[in-house]
Design a protein around this ligand. Structure first.
Ligand SMILES: *Cc1c(COP(=O)(O)O)cnc(C)c1O
Length: 353
């Protein structure tokens, strides 16, 4: 695939790594290509980062046909830049596309787009401890009509944002509220797809949790509101009486690449990970009788996020004395070590630019 390149006439100044935060600054360029039914993907281009021009009747603005991905480019100590399991993001994006009736992108083309774009913007990959270049590929239905139907035209874009360390003052365990009313997804719905609509539907619970001093909500299943699903934008894992448990991918849970990597890592170290149903009753009992040893969320942004407090209805429980657990710390050190190229990548997960 030929990707045209239009260089920006006014390169921006790169922000200092101390002010980065998450998703506040964007690089000089973006990747774009368009899809037209009958013609396929066309006009692949890297162009200056700028506002989009969209028809007011565009499908995405009315019917929410949108999917996205999130992955990072990491600057290694030797100065080289590497990606972590990008092919997994590409495959998951195609699964999301299938669910939302958006066009899929052949894997080789999607990988070429990603790597050529990151090569163009690689100078934006910060090098301070814990920082990275966050990549946000996304796709939306772009038919210029109000008729409701599967889309015939779509746009695919990749933007990039240098992001700061998730943990500025060391790893602080987070406080999580178990959501008893709203649900995020149901089996047969879009929970397994990474689509904007899932986030729109979870904002209300997230806002209520924040008002009560919690950083995110833990979702229960949408049918019985009984089984643990995942945390906000992370998958979730528990160590209960020596057993490592994570909810099975039931159709309503997003299949996280961090989740998958942790399972593979633990298996390689001789741990057994049970992917199974975990009810709120079982979890409450483990919290009550002290057999819940550790709990953590996992996702690209934080990698591993220890849970220090869980609340359900009127009860508040402390986990691991509010500190990071031993296994949680080990997982954090190992995964981030591989991502930033500090420890050997036996799994072949990283892709050097
Ligand atoms: C992206 C996401 C995750 C984490 O996936 P990773 O591939 O590990 O980043 C988990 N849950 C939801 C709802 C997500 O959108």
């Amino acid at each position: 695939m030929n990707i045209s390149f239009t260089k920006t006439a006014c390169p921006k100044e790169k922000p200092d790594s101390s002010v980065l935060g998450f998703g506040k600054y964007f690089t000089d360029h973006m990747f774009m290509m368009d899809y037209t039914e009958g013609e396929g993907w066309h006009d692949a281009r890297i162009v200056p980062f700028e506002n989009l021009s969209i028809h007011p009747a565009s499908t995405v603005l009315h019917y929410g046909s949108e999917i996205f991905e999130g992955l990072k480019a990491y600057r290694r100590k030797d100065g080289k830049v590497q990606l972590f399991r990008p092919i997994e993001n590409i495959r998951r994006m195609n699964l999301s596309a299938e669910r939302l009736c958006l066009p899929q992108i052949p894997e080789d083309i999607a990988l070429q787009a990603l790597t050529e774009f990151v090569k163009t913007e690689q100078d934006w990959t910060p090098s301070a401890e814990g920082t990275s270049l966050y990549l946000r590929p996304f796709m939306f239905g772009n038919d210029e009509t109000l008729g409701v139907h599967a889309v015939h035209n779509a746009t695919y874009i990749i933007i990039a944002s240098p992001v700061g360390s998730y943990y500025k003052e060391g790893i602080n365990p987070v406080k999580i509220m178990i959501e008893a009313d709203d649900v995020r997804a149901v089996r047969g719905g879009t929970g397994m797809a990474k689509c904007g609509g899932n986030y729109a539907a979870s904002n209300r619970a997230g806002k209520r949790a924040e008002e009560k001093g919690y950083s995110q909500v833990l979702w229960l299943d949408g049918v019985e509101r009984k089984y643990i699903e995942e945390v906000g934008a992370m998958n979730v894992m528990f160590k209960i009486n020596g057993e490592i448990v994570t909810p099975a991918l039931s159709g309503s849970i997003l299949s996280g690449i961090t989740r998958k990597s942790i399972i593979e890592l633990l298996n390689s170290e001789g741990y057994k990970v049970s992917e199974r149903l975990l009810s709120i009753d079982e979890l409450s009992a483990a919290l009550e009788n002290g057999t819940l040893e550790e709990a953590w969320g996992c996702g690209t942004a934080a990698v591993v996020s220890p849970i220090g407090e869980l609340s359900y209805k009127d009860k508040v429980y402390t986990v691991s004395n509010g500190k990071i657990g031993e296994l949680t710390q080990h997982l954090y050190d190992t995964l981030t070590g591989i991502q930033w190229g500090k420890i050997e990548d036996k799994f072949n997960w990283t892709v050097e630019l």
